[in-house]
Design a protein around this ligand. Structure first.
Ligand SMILES: [Zn+2]
Ligand SMILES: [Zn+2]
Length: 291
């Protein structure tokens, strides 16, 4: 039998003390995204990460998608709908804005989506967010991911965080149910030193105890791994109790980090720990092809 190594409340108190916070003050359990700036900041971060990177062509492509997402997410909607219906409108708007800007294979993949079949599009979206894509889904998934992120981030950004319950051991997003793309250890603010898991779909962040494995709750068999010689903010948190891993990003190493961008840019770390037999907890919608 294994026992939890620390109670969540004690963990939070420790982290708060380490962060210089006043006793009795709780960290915000949920932080909602700002759709007016999130995608622009991602594009800016990707533009800094891409030069000389082994995946530079992919990072530049996601930069283009992020800029287009920004143009759509930052503009008010004339007739708001639920994200489940809105994402298909955002997909059409993406297609219009990207016309002429895409390489031919990407443009063909976008045109080949089942545009007149809402059920087929929703099915593709469901497979993408479940990490269960079929081989013939792959070519168009970046566009589907981009549209889903716009609709869900706009939705999350319009909520009231005080009305959202998120236990500090939650594995999935308290707003959309999505998987985290990565954890971030924040720095230089009232949540300095705390870990938040960041949703890869609606971009809500929720506090999660730092000393426990996100998947199984075990605290004693966690290791942090990095690529030797790499200077970036990415670490892989691996758990030998359940053989899982999740990306952990250290904001003190890169105050401008973006969880989705930095997770993409540190893909070599996923390969390293994947080869070591650890199964991913996180899901990056722009890396769905890699699975
Ligand atoms: Zn979410
Ligand atoms: Zn575990």
């Amino acid at each position: 039998m294994t026992q939890p190594t620390s109670a969540p409340a004690a963990d939070i108190a420790d982290a708060m003390a380490a962060a210089g916070l006043q006793p009795g003050r709780s960290p915000a359990p949920v932080r909602l995204p700002d759709p007016g700036v999130l995608f622009q900041r991602r594009a800016d971060r990707l533009r800094r990460l891409a030069p000389g990177h082994p995946l530079s062509a992919w990072l530049e492509f996601v930069t283009l998608l992020s800029e287009t997402q920004h143009a759509l997410a930052a503009a008010p909607l004339s007739a708001p709908a639920t994200p489940q219906a809105q994402w298909r409108r955002d997909l059409e708007a993406l297609r219009k804005r990207l016309r002429g800007a895409l390489p031919i294979p990407a443009a063909e993949a976008l045109d080949a989506l089942p545009w007149t079949d809402a059920d087929a599009l929703d099915g593709l979206a469901a497979r993408l967010t479940a990490g269960a894509l079929r081989p013939d889904d792959l070519a168009a998934t970046p566009f589907v991911a981009a549209a889903l992120q716009i609709a869900w981030t706009r939705h999350a950004g319009g909520l009231d965080a005080s009305g959202i319950a998120a236990p500090a051991t939650a594995v999935t997003c308290p707003v959309c149910g999505g998987a985290p793309v990565a954890g971030v250890i924040h720095a230089g603010s009232d949540i300095s030193g705390l870990r938040y898991l960041h949703c890869g779909l609606c971009h809500t962040a929720w506090h999660h105890v730092r000393s426990a494995c996100v998947s199984c709750g075990e605290g004693n068999r966690i290791s942090l791994r990095a690529i030797e010689g790499a200077d970036g903010p990415a670490r892989a948190e691996t758990c030998d109790a359940c053989q899982s891993h999740l990306k952990l990003l250290l904001a003190e190493k890169a105050p401008d980090l973006d969880p989705v961008a930095d997770d993409l840019a540190s893909f070599a770390l996923d390969v390293l720990v994947g080869d070591g037999g650890y199964a991913p907890i996180g899901l990056n919608l722009f890396l769905a092809q890699a699975g």
